[in-house]
Design a protein around this ligand. Structure first.
Ligand SMILES: CC(C)(COP(=O)(O)OP(=O)(O)OC[C@H]1O[C@@H](n2cnc3c(N)ncnc32)[C@H](O)[C@@H]1OP(=O)(O)O)[C@@H](O)C(=O)NCCC(=O)NCCS
Ligand SMILES: CC(=O)OP(=O)(O)O
Length: 327
């Protein structure tokens, strides 16, 4: 079954509540309206009710079934509840005055709704850059037990081709341990999306064809990932052609179980990861679904600011599915 059809079946009628902090944006309003009409999600739009109504009217979007909440005008006791919970969660890292400032940002407000179980998940980032979207989740929701760092994966899809690219969104520079953790987490993400993972840790070198600190890091990360997940096919360091093209894999990395057949690609740092997924998307014609945040304790999803309504719709479906515990 097509990926989204199966996810839709899983979340249909489950009434997972997803909060959208950028509730005044037309892409968000359009996607939320469709999600509600399709019975997939109960959306909460944050923002000014009149502005949302105006945008919806201009674009003939039905918002009659959507919840709208304006953090700036909610009753004082509701504000105080979120403020007290945020101060307690930050355990002295932020003063009450700082926490009050933070809550003026809809991403902090939305994240607190998820933290307090008033929403099952959050989707944001159509307007805000990734850092501003995910920082509240890093600080408040934090990582799942056993995971040290959150990372961002994309499902890259074209026809029946489906791959995972990571980290394309979060960690600017990973050490070997970090890259190894991303490799193992990305294999779990692959399984959620019906991909049988074969994980390549990417470099500009294949099996020692070049030397240097950057290459050593990827080779060390490969060993750590293999030790952490001995049952998974994981290999590195591999150049992209060696990882992906079977003849090149046989030539450059003979005997590798992954070379030439990789479907999970782990990038050595964020420049290559973010550039790499956008090249596959814009030159290669792949649909880029994500970034899907790996390792968070509750689902919060970032969007690319280049996202369209359909991207928002799909990311919300994934977020609701994560809330149901598919990963
Ligand atoms: C994600 C990012 C915003 C974090 O940066 P930052 O806020 O300066 O990070 P800090 O080191 O100050 O950490 C802030 C908090 O997040 C936590 N954190 C940071 N990175 C984390 C990670 N990968 N996993 C888990 N927690 C993390 C820190 O522990 C800290 O928590 P604390 O406040 O409770 O102590 C930053 O790494 C970034 O900008 N990444 C690139 C995002 C981007 O532009 N991507 C390209 C487009 S998708
Ligand atoms: C994921 C990503 O690159 O996001 P943006 O395009 O918003 O920077």
């Amino acid at each position: 079954m097509e990926l989204f059809e199966s996810l839709k079946q899983k979340i249909s009628g489950q009434n997972k509540t997803i909060v959208f902090p950028e509730g005044e944006d037309v892409r968000i309003i359009g996607a939320a309206s469709r999600l509600a009409a399709d019975g997939l999600v109960k959306p909460i739009l944050l923002g000014d009710q009149d502005k949302i109504k105006q945008v919806a009217a201009e674009h003939q979007i039905d918002i009659s079934t959507l919840s709208i909440s304006n953090p700036l005008t909610v009753p004082e006791d509701e504000k105080q509840k979120l403020l007290d919970a945020l101060v307690a969660r930050r355990k002295g890292k932020n003063t009450p005055e700082q926490a009050a400032e933070m809550l003026k940002d809809p991403n902090y407000w939305g994240t607190m709704l998820v933290f307090l179980d008033e929403a099952d998940g959050m989707v944001s980032g159509a307007i805000h850059p990734t850092g501003d979207t995910v920082r509240p989740a890093l600080q408040i929701i934090k990582t799942k037990p056993g995971v040290k760092r959150i990372s961002g994966a994309f499902i890259m899809q074209k026809g029946d081709q489906r791959y995972v690219f990571a980290d394309c969104a979060i960690n600017i520079e990973l050490d070997a341990e970090g890259m190894a953790e991303v490799a193992v987490e990305s294999a779990h993400t692959a399984k959620v999306f019906d991909i049988d993972p074969k994980v390549a840790l990417l470099s500009f070198s294949t099996k020692g064809s070049a030397k240097g600190e950057m290459v050593t890091k990827v080779a060390d990360a490969t060993k750590l990932a293999q030790e952490a997940a001995p049952d998974l096919p994981i290999d590195g360091e591999l150049q992209f052609d060696a990882a992906f093209v079977s003849e090149v894999g046989e030539l450059k990395a003979p005997g590798s179980k992954v070379a030439g057949h990789a479907n999970v690609f782990v990038f050595p740092e964020l420049q290559s990861g973010n550039i790499g997924y956008k090249i596959a998307q814009r030159f290669g014609g792949f649909e880029a679904i994500g970034p899907i945040l790996q390792g968070l304790n509750k689902p919060v999803s970032d969007l690319s600011r280049g996202a369209n309504e359909e991207d928002v719709y799909k990311v919300a479906i994934i977020t609701a599915a994560q809330a149901l515990g598919i990963d």
